[in-house]
Design a protein around this ligand. Structure first.
Ligand SMILES: [Zn+2]
Ligand SMILES: [Zn+2]
Length: 282
């Protein structure tokens, strides 16, 4: 308790001297008191309680890097959405159902989900994380992704978590795989909320990128599918045989990467493959 109070005192002094600056609009701001009460600010496991919704968690986790105005602009993925690929429908009425694309061409994964729509604000945050060396964003983004996992999945229904891999050349340039940083700390984060993930294996190097493909961002839908075809391989295939896999990436754009990883994993013996990303293009 004393250390918690000292911690808070230190935080208040630090923020008074160096107020946080919004990553997107560059405004200096104060973190509202009610946003301190969640996973980021509460180190005492006995007091810890998960926020009830993705929006709550996003506002608590991302308040360390976004001002209240930019936070309010974030768009959550909400029902009704596609049962398979998770795209939210324009109409806010009705139940979840399959989208046209998933009916016409079935996916090689079970379900794909994301807490956030890939809009202007989260694009900027992910950009800072991936390309501008703001590795400290891994923590808040990881918290948000973990809550999304616990909302969208039964945690006993997943055996192995795999980050979408980068080619070694890309790792050398960037220094890290952003998808792995988003899940590396999950067991510790979850334990603080008395949530046991010890039955789930997080495997960084089982799914590997065998071919140095061109960046997907410059390509259209068809080119992306073609570009990524046969780009992946497995090391220690026995880890995934008969297992229920959760694949992690930062952004789901056309689904080409998720689909190609799913195709390979199912072909090599995985029981099912689901996909969780931080954001989803609509
Ligand atoms: Zn802002
Ligand atoms: Zn769909």
């Amino acid at each position: 308790m004393v250390s918690h109070l000292l911690n808070r005192f230190y935080q208040i002094i630090q923020e008074a001297v160096f107020p946080p600056k919004c990553l997107v609009c560059n405004a200096f701001y104060r973190i509202p008191e009610h946003r301190r009460c969640g996973i980021s600010a509460n180190p005492d496991p006995e007091e810890a309680a998960w926020p009830v919704s993705v929006r709550n968690q996003a506002e608590i986790s991302l308040s360390v890097c976004l001002c209240p105005d930019c936070l309010a602009e974030l768009i959550m993925v909400e029902s009704p959405l596609c049962i398979c690929c998770g795209i939210p429908f324009k109409s806010r009425q009705g139940q979840d159902h399959y989208c046209g694309a998933c009916i016409t061409a079935g996916k090689k994964f079970g379900i794909a989900r994301a807490p956030l729509v890939y809009d202007r604000i989260i694009t900027e945050v992910i950009h800072c994380f991936k390309y501008r060396g703001k590795i400290q964003l891994a923590r808040p983004l990881s918290e948000l992704l973990l809550l999304a996992f616990l909302i969208f999945w039964d945690r006993d229904g997943i055996d192995v978590i795999l980050p979408v891999p980068l080619h070694p050349n890309r790792i050398r340039m960037r220094g890290f795989n952003q998808a792995y940083l988003l899940i590396r700390n999950w067991p510790n984060l979850a334990a603080r909320y008395s949530c046991d993930l010890s039955h789930i294996r997080i495997e960084r190097d089982v799914l590997i990128r065998a071919v140095p493909t061109a960046p997907q961002s410059a390509l259209d839908r068809n080119q992306r599918a073609h570009n990524i075809k046969n780009a992946f391989d497995l090391d220690r295939q026995e880890v995934i045989v008969g297992k229920r896999i959760l694949l992690i990436d930062d952004v789901y754009t056309t689904g080409a990467t998720a689909n190609e990883c799913g195709r390979l994993l199912l072909k090599r013996g995985a029981q099912k493959v689901d996909v969780l990303t931080l954001a989803r293009a609509v």
